[in-house]
Design a protein around this ligand. Structure first.
Ligand SMILES: NC(=O)c1ccc[n+]([C@@H]2O[C@H](COP(=O)([O-])OP(=O)(O)OC[C@H]3O[C@@H](n4cnc5c(N)ncnc54)[C@H](OP(=O)(O)O)[C@@H]3O)[C@@H](O)[C@H]2O)c1
Length: 314
């Protein structure tokens, strides 16, 4: 009943220490060619090397170390075990902070005042819209989208949401599926993207979609916030939309290539806020604790929680 850590891009030893402390009676092993799959019943993964889990035929669960599982879904050679994602109040709260921070920054004209301050310009603009005059449309009404909506509503933003299946959320106008997308976009001033990366959502934040956002809002143009996944967006289309005024601005936490290449024009664009895919970094302690709890629950006969639907991809 040992645990394999299949992690790329993060410090594997930190994770090994955390898990080993919580599972003292078992071996917590780092993935590598010398690992014997016999006796490994669990894997905790972040951007593992595709194919490297294929030999774990006895696996009882594959855990993602993040809320998203696109990194696992890319691998056609996964063992046939449940895929479990992280749902953690610490992570959810951090994402909501990022969304609220960015919505308030655009509402209160943060980019403009930072430019004015740099130029020592005192321009007293008396035409500040109020939060209730700004329509925030949240794409993705899952764990993260719903939490963000609650906070945005408490700040009195006019909030709506869009998801794959129809939802009813008190006080929030909701839209669903392909049929509801155009109407959702047409009434959105700030588009908040909190969706998973799947074959259906890949590249959907593109020119066609951006052109459908509201043109009559109080911010002087629509704003895009993406903290879902970089693969959802077409960065060339976002840049073109910023240039021709289709978009007023963008706050991006995720990118098609990460780290964002130094030659990307997004870095220095005056209407773009770049954060380094850390909108909702969760503490390894919290994640390790949540995964170990799931292992213990499973072994005491309870069901795993937050199991991903493989055919939907999230
Ligand atoms: N930047 C960061 O630091 C960071 C941190 C954590 C997570 N994330 C990203 O955030 C994503 C969302 O997390 P979550 O926990 O909220 O996920 P979740 O609970 O699985 O919710 C996903 C939402 O997206 C909707 N959706 C999926 N495919 C869709 C489609 N084709 N069309 C319309 N709606 C679709 C789902 O619709 P239904 O409700 O109809 O199923 C659901 O409402 C993760 O997958 C991850 O990529 C980023």
């Amino acid at each position: 009943m040992n645990l394999l850590l299949a992690i790329n891009g993060w410090d594997r030893v930190i994770w090994q220490e955390r898990f080993q402390k919580l599972l003292p009676e078992r071996q917590v092993l780092l993935a590598g060619p010398e690992i014997d799959p016999a006796g490994i019943h669990y894997a905790a993964c972040w951007k593992h090397t595709p194919g490297s889990l294929a030999a774990l035929g006895q696996a009882k669960a594959l855990f993602s170390l993040g809320a998203g599982v696109d990194h696992l879904m890319l691998d056609p050679d996964l063992p046939d075990a449940p895929i479990v994602r992280i749902v953690d109040p610490d992570l959810t709260g951090r994402m909501t902070e990022w969304v609220v921070w960015q919505c308030l920054d655009w509402l209160r004209q943060g980019p403009l005042y930072r430019r004015q301050q740099a130029a020592r310009t005192w321009h007293d603009d008396r035409h500040q819209p109020a939060a209730q005059d700004v329509r925030v449309g949240v794409m993705g009404l899952g764990v993260l989208g719903l939490d963000a909506i609650e906070r945005l509503r408490s700040l009195r933003f006019a909030v709506s949401g869009w998801s794959r299946s129809a939802k009813q959320i008190p006080g929030v106008r909701t839209y669903a599926g392909e049929a509801g997308l155009a109407a959702f976009l047409a009434q959105t001033d700030i588009l908040v993207v909190l969706m998973p990366l799947t074959p259906e959502t890949a590249g959907m934040i593109n020119e066609t979609l951006l052109r459908q956002l509201a043109r009559d809002g109080r911010l002087g143009g629509p704003v895009l916030l993406n903290a879902g996944r970089g693969g959802l967006q077409v960065e060339a289309d976002i840049l073109a939309a910023l240039e021709d005024g289709t978009l007023k601005g963008a706050s991006l936490d995720v990118f098609q290539t990460e780290p964002l290449p130094s030659q990307s024009p997004l870095w220095l664009h005056p209407s773009v806020m770049v954060t380094p895919h850390n909108a909702a970094m969760s503490h390894p302690d919290a994640i390790a604790k949540a995964i170990v709890e799931q292992i213990r629950n499973l072994e005491s006969g309870q069901s795993l929680m937050h199991v991903v639907n493989r055919s939907r991809g999230y």
